[in-house]
Every structure is written in C-alpha cells, then in structure tokens.
Design a protein around this ligand. Sequence first.
Ligand SMILES: NC(=O)c1ccc[n+]([C@@H]2O[C@H](COP(=O)([O-])OP(=O)(O)OC[C@H]3O[C@@H](n4cnc5c(N)ncnc54)[C@H](O)[C@@H]3O)[C@@H](O)[C@H]2O)c1
Length: 305
Amino acid sequence: MSSELRYDDKVAIVTGSGGGLGRSHALLLASRGAKVVVNDLGGDMAGREAGGSARPADKVVEEIKAAGGDAVANYDSVLDGDKIVQTALDTWGKVDILINNAGILRDITFHNMTEDDWDQIYNVHVKGAFKITHAAWPHMREQEYGRVIFTASSAGIYGNFGQANYSMAKLAVFGFAQTLALEGEKKNIRVNTIAPFAGSRMTETILDKQMVEALNPAFVSPLVTYLCHEEVPVNGGLFEVGGGWMAQLRWERTKGALIPLSNGISLEDVKSNWGKVVDFTKTDHPKDVMGGFQIIGPNLQTLKG
Ligand SMILES: NC(=O)c1ccc[n+]([C@@H]2O[C@H](COP(=O)([O-])OP(=O)(O)OC[C@H]3O[C@@H](n4cnc5c(N)ncnc54)[C@H](O)[C@@H]3O)[C@@H](O)[C@H]2O)c1
C-alpha cells in the first residue's frame, strides 16, 4: 500500500465547483489537506441565468468544513478570473493549483446555432479559462510552483452531433494547455488536460439512472487530483477518464508520402500517393512542432543542392 498522497499547505482553486465534477474535485483535494477556493456563480446550465445563486458554492464550502477541511467560497464568473485568484491571495496568500472546470452547454445543430450560442460557449470555456489562468500564472512563476488542469471533452476530440460550439471550445483549451505546458516547464508549472465522462446535470438528461451512477464524478476526481500533485509524472498530457477507466491520448501520424520537389507537386501526385498518406500500418507519434519539419529533411537537402 503506497503512502497517502497529501496536499497540505497547497492552495487550490476549482472553478465551477458548486456541483458536478468541480464539487467532487474540491472535496477530494480538501480531504487531502488542500485549502480550496470553491468558485461558482450558481447559474443555469446554459449560462443564461448567470450569477443566479451563491448557494452551490456555499454548500460545498459547508461540506468541506464539516469534514474538517478548509475552504472559501467565491461567486465570480471565470470571466472575472482575476477576482477569483484574488480570493485565494487574500485568504491564503498564494495559489498552487488551478482546476479549470467551469462550463455551460448550448447544444444545437450548427444550422440553428446563433452567434450568441457560439460566443457564450467560447466565453465561459475559453476566455474564462484564459482570464483566470492569466491571473494565476505570474504567481505560479514567481513561486516556481504550479499545477493547472484544463477540462476538455471527447466532443472536442472526436466531434459530437449538435455540439459545434462546445467542440470548438473544448479542443481550444487543449491547444492552450499544450503551449502553457511548454512555457511553464522551467518554472515547475505542470499543465494537463482531461476529457471526463460523468453523470452531472450536464449529462443526466441523456443518461439512464444506472449510467449516471456508474459515471459518478467521484470516479474522475482521483486522476485529476493526482495530476495536481507535487510529484505528478506528466506535463502536457491529455487523459480520458470516467466510470473507473482512465487512459492517455496522443497524436498518431502515418509515415505519409514524401514527394520529391524537383518537378513540383501535382494533384495527380496526391492521388497516386494517397495510399501512403492514409496508411496507418506504421506510424509516428509526434510530440512537438519540429517533429513535422524533420520529416521533410530530404526535400530541404535537394533544394539546397
Ligand atoms: N459531465 C460530463 O460527462 C462532461 C464531459 C466532458 C466535459 N465536461 C466538462 O466538465 C466540466 C464540469 O461539468 P459538469 O458535468 O460537472 O457540469 P455542471 O453543470 O454540474 O458543472 C459546471 C459548473 O460550472 C459553473 N459555471 C458555469 N459558468 C460559470 C462561470 N462563468 N463562472 C463560474 N462558474 C460557472 C456552473 O454553475 C456549474 O456549477 C465542464 O467544463 C464540462 O464541459 C463534462
């Protein structure tokens, strides 16, 4: 039995933690010693009644305190992320862990989607994550310590009918996280992304009772909390997690076709090389931007010659 993973003296912010996954992350972190800012504006699922109620955040703070933990409520929108970070600074003087979890849904097929449906999803998931992370980042750099989580979705990774706006936002935060993972590395800031499956108010209308039980948010929080630990063994990872299952994802690329540049490249060259372009029998798993450039090395040599 390994020794218990602890978060004593760590200050965590969990956005949107008045319910669902965020509440579960906050409870677990607090039970292991972290001091937690429970942020939630208490709005409806579509973000139309923003600022609805302080109760969800207060209730989670009460739960944490009743269990002997330490927490403070914050009711600001993630779009005012600096105020949420300020709550952590005013209460405990620092921020070590940030879990970007707040989210809303505006599911509708693309041909019926309004610009407002697009903008509101972008605002909460992407701009909100930017605002709070941007406010926390200088403090993490200064103290040379930070653990940041972004919440993506399989809808962003694979696409999902009726979720063009949500898919856009969920894959956007993954790209955002990948660059932060690179920029934060030297300052001991680790940034990882999850794509969870959970029974919450977001999904309980489309899942049956048994599925909601199997997809208890409590089955997602241990991975998320591990990714926030001092000894986390990964930076820039993407993980699918839910229902007791967890797995890392990575990009896979075919060996592709390298067409000599001497005569230019024609449309017919593309057609005749198509088999190679889409052949996944042998593959690479590129990890960075340079990985794409290295492969065209032989063509660069011919041009030089
Ligand atoms: N449940 C799933 O299966 C699933 C799947 C993929 C991704 N996610 C993502 O996980 C996260 C949590 O979702 P959930 O399923 O727990 O849903 P949820 O609706 O229970 O939780 C989201 C919380 O965010 C809060 N919130 C919304 N807008 C906010 C804002 N502007 N500022 C602060 N708080 C705000 C809400 O009040 C709510 O409490 C979301 O980002 C969601 O997109 C969930």
